[in-house]
Design a binder for this molecule. Structure first.
Ligand SMILES: Cc1cc2nc3c(=O)[nH]c(=O)nc-3n(C[C@H](O)[C@H](O)[C@H](O)COP(=O)(O)O)c2cc1C
Length: 203
């Protein structure tokens, strides 16, 4: 499949079919992440594959928030609500928990910034696009309780979490491009050729 086709085919899926993701597809997704570029090729990314009922039950724990109106609004169309909680879980059969090892990153000598979050984000993006090429749906999850995740998953001290990818076959009644999706700004608002500010402009 042409890369542009994969790029456009990937849309956020927030309702998954109760069907496991095959092992060979999981391996291909992990392999796509493995070949990502990382700063100085340090490969600080750490991916925790969660696909057993026990592991997924933990995800349900740390992706849940109290039944506050602001969370309910976020979850309006696609989420499950139960017992005074909103679960941002979406029935995913496979969750890739993406982190990086703080001790293995490159540090920018001028700014002192670690490359870890950028590296892990690139890896997650590769994996997401590979999932799309395998006809799997996915959603990028930033919104979860990181402290709870650390405890429940017993993460090593040096791991810094970045995001989760929920991956699976879209549910039969899944509707794409709901809740913020679909629309893209025109290139003229986000891309600039050779200069951004007018010549002589102070700001
Ligand atoms: C960095 C990042 C964080 C995101 N966090 C969440 C999240 O916590 N929960 C969620 O349901 N979607 C999350 N999303 C999905 C975005 O809302 C979605 O990609 C965006 O609305 C565009 O829709 P599309 O992916 O269907 O094109 C996140 C996406 C990115 C890139």
């Amino acid at each position: 499949m042409d890369f542009m086709d994969i790029s456009k085919k990937r849309v956020t899926v927030r309702k998954f079919a109760p069907k496991p993701v095959e092992e060979d597809k999981i391996n291909r997704i992990l392999e796509a992440g493995r070949w990502s570029p990382t700063a100085v090729n340090k490969q600080p990314q750490r991916i925790l594959v969660l696909n057993t009922p026990e592991s997924l039950a933990k995800v349900r724990e740390f992706c849940s928030f109290g039944y506050d109106q602001k969370y309910v609004d976020l979850a309006k169309e696609c989420d499950d609500k139960e017992q005074g909680k909103v679960n941002f879980y979406y029935g995913a059969p496979l969750v890739l928990f993406v982190a990086y090892d703080r001790t293995e990153c490159w540090t920018h000598p001028q700014s002192g910034k670690s490359s870890g979050a950028t590296d892990a984000t690139i890896v997650a993006t590769h994996m997401m696009l590979e999932a799309a090429s395998l006809d799997l749906g996915s959603v990028w999850i930033s919104y979860f309780d990181e402290d709870k995740a650390r405890k429940l998953l017993k993460l090593p001290e040096d791991w810094q979490s970045v995001c989760m990818l929920y991956i699976g076959y879209p549910a039969e009644d899944f509707v794409p491009n709901t809740h913020l999706g679909g629309h893209r700004k025109p290139l003229s608002e986000t891309c600039f050729y050779n200069a951004v500010l007018e010549e002589g402009s102070e700001k």
